[in-house]
Structure formats: structure tokens, C-alpha cells
Design a protein around this ligand. Structure first.
Ligand code: NAG
Ligand code: NAG
Length: 164
């Protein structure tokens, strides 16, 4: 994102409609977005792909049917767009997306999204520390289990029955 000189005008969160937007999916989106400040939501559009998977449903019905999607669309101020991957002749899908981006851009009085790289780095660093700590705890538990097992093996059978 820092390659855009003035910061990006729009951020697209791409969500495939071929799979359910379950808790795992939602967590992944949340983790990615958390690399930026909350300001990013004002500049974000949900781009639904595989619109051909909707079948007879409208996208609104699909959003309505999944809590995670409701959350995401709400976070983005109800800005979303659907692409039908099967219809290659329908160029209006792209022009409409660009129009929505323009519309969002026109509505954002504060200008483009300012990428705060410090924030992203801090978030990454926090995650690394947490991962390392989890690994240490896991290793300690494994070591203790091994020691206990060895101790247990060293105790004569008769004593095992009495003491353990
Ligand atoms: C969400 O769906 C994916 C596959 O689409 C699956 O791997 C994952 O376990 C699911 N997560 C939950 C919490 O159901
Ligand atoms: C593709 O999109 C065009 C323009 O909206 C539409 O006329 C056509 O019926 C669509 N084709 C399919 C296979 O859905």
C-alpha cells in the first residue's frame, strides 16, 4: 500500500461467494484489516467474486443469511460489488465497480487513506511476540511431559502401583 504516493483511494476486500463466510474466514479478514488503522474501513469496498454461485438468490439475501457477511458489509458502510466470474462479456460489472469507487472517493472528505506503516509493524511485532510465547509454553509442557514419563519409567513396578 505504501507504493501509492498519496495513500490508496480504495481498498478492496475480495470475498468469494463459492464458500461460506464462516468464523475462520471472518477472522482472517479481521486479522488482515487490523494491520491498518480503523480509518481503513471508510475506504473499503467488499468485492464479491463468484457471483455466479448465487443462483437464484440476490446478493442481499446471501448477506442477510450470514452473520459474518452482515458484519463485513456494515463495516464497509454498505459498499459492495458483485462480479460474475462466468460472464466475460459483461463489461458493465467493471465500470460499475469503478463508479462505486468514485462515489466512495467523492464521499470521503478526509482524502485518501493514509497508510501508517508504523501501525502495521507494531501489529506484526505484537503477533510475533505472542507466537513466540505460545511456542515456549508448548515446548515447556512437552519437556515436562517427557520428564514425567521418564521418571515414571524409572520407578519399579511394585512402587508404581502404590505411589502413582
Ligand atoms: C470454514 O470453512 C472452511 C472451508 O471452507 C473450513 O476449512 C473451516 O474449518 C471452517 N471453519 C469453521 C469455524 O467452521
Ligand atoms: C452477461 O451479461 C450481459 C450484460 O449484463 C447479459 O445481457 C447476459 O445475459 C449475461 N450472460 C449470462 C450468461 O449471464
Amino acid at each position: 500500500m505504501h507504493l501509492c504516493t498519496s495513500g490508496p483511494h480504495a481498498v478492496l476486500v475480495v470475498v468469494g461467494l463459492a464458500s461460506a463466510f464462516n468464523a475462520t474466514y471472518q477472522k482472517a479478514v479481521q486479522e488482515h484489516i487490523s494491520l491498518f488503522t480503523d480509518e481503513v474501513w471508510k475506504h473499503t469496498i467488499v468485492l464479491f467474486t463468484r457471483g455466479d454461485w448465487l443462483g437464484v438468490k440476490t446478493v442481499e439475501e446471501r448477506i442477510e443469511s450470514e452473520k459474518g457477511l452482515q458484519w463485513l458489509v456494515e463495516k464497509c458502510g454498505n459498499m459492495y460489488h458483485v462480479l460474475d466470474n462466468k460472464n466475460h462479456s459483461d463489461e458493465t460489472q467493471v465500470t460499475e465497480l469503478l463508479e462505486k469507487i468514485e462515489e466512495m472517493w467523492a464521499g470521503n472528505k478526509d482524502g485518501p487513506f493514509e497508510v501508517n506503516l508504523g501501525h502495521a509493524e507494531q501489529t506484526e511485532a505484537r503477533k510475533e511476540v505472542a507466537d513466540k510465547k505460545a511456542k515456549r509454553i508448548r515446548q515447556t509442557a512437552q519437556r515436562q511431559a517427557r520428564i514425567l514419563k521418564e521418571l515414571f519409567r524409572g520407578i519399579p513396578r511394585s512402587e508404581k502401583n502404590h505411589n502413582v
